[in-house]
Ligand binder design. Structure first.
Ligand SMILES: [Zn+2]
Length: 788
């Protein structure tokens, strides 16, 4: 499913910093256990969709099933909207039924065991239901059609809005659909068209058949005065694959024009992910506006975006790609929806790469990654693990865009050949079945021979992001070479566990433009790697190729002219005043807390959210200014950059600087402030004659003194020492409570904590911590011992 405006739609604003939704126990999520005892092998769905005036659906569905265990005496089926009129057994005898939470329970009138096959037939009619945003069975004066998942309702499966079924991601069945329409209408359904029968009353019954087993949310029907545009593609084995596009006659030409790259998408996905395993390719235009839906072989596609342009072709490709990701291999539960939707969102990048090349792919990955670092946790109400997004946020940016970003990172771990060949085999081995993240990990590890335990622990089972930086370089001459020890440092963004064995491209350079590149690995909070380099590097940087989506976005640029350079990935403007020869400028925007101010009592509250690092190959003829935009706003294009730092007016903002990490932060000596309106929380700080080093935004004068809390308030921590948790209580109303470790590193913070705030310390290391309360006028802090 592709929601047309996912980024803008899910703006549930929960301004809390420390929502660390961390590692889940890697146990399977609860699933619908009906599928353990009964296998529904086939549905015969008969619908009467002639009445477009009262919007009533009439139908009867035969459910053919086989017990997987002995002593089956009843079956519970889901149905939402229409009312059940009667239920019959395989011989036509009436069966009794009672209401169940999502449908009804049928007494089978006998006992059935493994090896048996039987059926029930349900007659039903009534008005249908629709999700407020997306999903359900829709009628209007010109169309009747279903959309198989609900955006808002939980569970999301919406096969039950038009036929009785096990409405889950697990049970897979074959289908026959018999849809009776007015003679002026036609029915476009999933599967292969079998024929039309004229009825004595002049109505027509259209028969479609789905041979491949699919879950209930993927079967489909759409009725209108459709015409079909038939063609065929050639698959990778040179066999024809029928293509059927259904639309109103007046829409067929714009639809074909919008779909000129459909065959390219088909070829791109077959070459990357293996054969197309379905009987045809199909799309049907429907009057939806909220998005498209990947019904197998009969994708429901919004009429308004088949407009003759190529503007929305990524949605066309997204839905087709579900025939590899989602339809062929399906998430077992909604908590692993990233397997369907993260993969399909990633396929949009693959489509772009196939059409326009690697640079276009990289550009899209880079743009989305930056947006995710800024907004994903705010849009989705927390830093959710990709595997384990709560169902209220199933169809949010975490599942789709962070899912795609993580699959890009998986590609970085494996390399292109292992990645694509591995996924091809993963799909082949698991075709027409469901999967969870654990199975994905274990299968792909076995297929590739690459142990993905670390990857899944660090990127799939843990929310938030790792952040890796070079803390320093140590250089020792060794013959004609130089042993360069790279000291790496990891920080945590929205998570509590450090990562292991993150592969990162290391680039080392000197002022003569010598360049050395290799892959190194970051493990834990600190580790060091020594490499042998044929020159003395003056600086280094990580992840130039952006194969790994950690919490840094950067610009690497060669500057040869004066003027303003918008380094948008670095959230900075570079105003080049003089340049006499080419210079190389590196600007990293680090989406992680900078190292703390060592002079703790100097009254500087440094940003808990981000800092910059500027470096490069410069010469004496180079002079530039740097404009750093800040924004404490919580809406708009710069929202959430500094909302944890800038909660009041801007007049105490300062620009901090240090040339390297061996020295403390000081205020940058030459800069101007452009606050504009001091209460709108946005403006710029402009460094004149910018220097190499780290930059951060801070507040000045907020931190008043060591003993204040003790003297002026009744702030208490209890129990102290803490063992598992600590409560912070104070008669000073704090805007925030910040907890840092003995080295001043941020551990956790909370906005608007109220008079009493509880913190879980169970995952913290034993030792000393500082608990600081900040208010508009003062800050107070106390020492906390954690003993667990
Ligand atoms: Zn999708």
């Amino acid at each position: 499913m592709k929601h047309a405006a996912a980024r803008f739609f899910f703006c549930l604003l929960i301004p809390v910093a420390g929502i660390f939704n961390t590692t889940h126990a890697q146990t399977p999520f609860p699933y619908d256990t009906r599928s353990d005892s009964i296998s529904i092998v086939h549905y015969n769905i008969h619908l009467d969709l002639q009445d477009f005036s009262t919007f009533v659906l009439k139908g009867h569905t035969q459910v053919i099933f086989k017990p997987k265990v002995n002593n089956i005496t009843e079956i519970t089926l889901d149905l939402m909207g229409p009312t059940v009129d009667s239920v019959h057994d395989a011989n036509g005898n009436l069966l009794s039924f009672t209401p169940a939470p999502l449908g009804f329970k049928v007494s089978l009138g006998g006992t059935f065991n493994t090896g048996d096959s039987t059926s029930v037939e349900i007659f039903y009619h009534g008005t249908t239901v629709q999700d407020p945003t997306f999903g359900g069975f829709y009628f209007n004066s010109a169309y009747a059609f279903n959309v198989g998942v609900s955006l808002d309702d939980i569970p999301h499966n919406y096969g039950k809005t038009w036929f009785p079924c096990f409405d889950n991601f697990i049970t897979r069945s074959a289908y026959d659909l018999f849809v009776t329409t007015l003679p002026t209408h036609d029915a476009a359904c999933g599967g292969v068209f079998q024929g039309t029968v004229m009825n004595p009353d002049l109505s027509e019954t259209h028969h479609w058949k789905v041979f491949q087993p699919i879950p209930s949310y993927l079967i489909s029907v759409a009725v209108s005065n459709y015409v079909f545009v038939n063609s065929s593609f050639t698959d990778y084995q040179n066999n024809p694959v029928p293509v059927k596009l259904a639309a109103h006659a007046s829409d067929t030409t714009p639809m074909k024009n919008s779909f000129v790259n459909l065959e390219n998408a088909f070829d791109i996905f077959e070459s990357r992910f293996g054969p197309y395993r379905w009987d045809r390719v199909g799309y049907v235009l429907v009057p939806m506006t909220a998005g498209a839906m990947e019904h197998a072989m009969n994708i429901a596609y919004p009429e308004i975006i088949a407009d003759g342009s190529l503007t929305y072709q990524s949605i066309m490709a997204h839905e087709l790609s579900h025939h590899w990701w989602g339809d062929l291999v399906t998430c077992r539960t909604a908590e692993d929806m990233w397997i369907n939707e993260g993969s399909a969102a990633y396929c949009e990048y693959v489509f772009k790469e196939g059409l326009s090349g690697r640079a276009a792919y990289e550009s899209q990955v880079r743009n989305e990654h930056k947006e995710l670092l800024r907004t994903c946790h705010m849009d989705d109400g927390g830093y959710w693990p990709l595997s384990g997004v709560p169902q209220a946020h199933t169809y949010g940016n975490t599942t789709y865009l962070k899912g795609a970003d993580m699959i890009h990172t998986l590609r970085g771990y494996l390399g292109d050949s292992l990645f694509f060949n591995g996924l091809k085999t993963l799909l082949e081995q698991n075709q027409f079945s469901d999967m969870d993240a654990i199975e994905y990990r274990d299968d792909l590890s076995a297929i590739t021979g690459f142990n993905l335990t670390n990857f899944f622990a660090d990127w799939i089972f843990q929310g938030g992001w790792p952040h890796v930086s070079i803390d320093s370089l140590t250089i020792v001459q060794n013959g004609v070479q130089h042993d360069v020890t790279v000291h790496l440092k990891q920080k945590l963004v929205g998570r509590t566990n450090y990562s292991n064995q993150i592969p990162l491209t290391l680039t080392l350079r000197d002022d003569n433009w010598n360049t050395y590149e290799t892959t190194i690995h970051s493990s834990g909070m600190n580790n060091s790697v020594t490499v042998s380099v044929p020159f003395i590097p003056t600086f280094g940087y990580l992840n130039r190729d952006e194969l790994i989506s950690h919490a840094v976005t950067a610009t690497y640029t060669t500057v040869t002219t004066t003027g303003t350079k918008n380094l948008s990935h670095s959230n900075m403007l570079l105003q080049v005043q003089n340049v006499s020869d080419s210079v190389f400028v590196l600007v990293e925007h680090n989406w992680a807390a900078p190292d703390p101010v060592i002079d703790w009592e100097s009254g500087k509250l440094i940003s808990p959210q981000r800092y910059w690092r500027i470096d490069g190959i410069w010469n004496s003829g180079f002079n530039a200014n740097a404009t750093f935009r800040y924004s404490g706003q919580i809406s708009g294009g710069n929202a959430f950059l500094d909302h944890l730092l800038i909660t009041g007016t801007e007049d105490s903002l300062i620009l901090l600087y240090r040339p390297d990490r061996s020295v403390d932060w000081v205020e940058f000596p030459t800069y101007t402030k452009n606050f504009g309106n001091v209460t709108d929380k946005t403006g710029t700080l402009n460094a004149i004659n910018v220097q190499k080093g780290e930059y951060a935004i801070a507040l000045k004068g907020w931190h008043l003194g060591l003993n204040e809390w003790n003297e002026e308030s009744n702030a208490t921590l209890y129990p102290n020492p803490a063992n598992g948790f600590v409560s912070v209580e104070s008669n000073v109303t704090a805007d925030r409570i910040v907890i840092s470790d003995a080295m001043g590193r941020l551990v956790e913070q909370r906005l608007n904590p109220g008079a009493k705030a509880d913190f879980v310390t169970a995952s913290w290391k034993k030792g000393t911590y500082w608990v600081t309360g900040y208010s508009r006028d003062k800050s107070v802090f106390r020492k906390l011992l954690v003993v667990q």
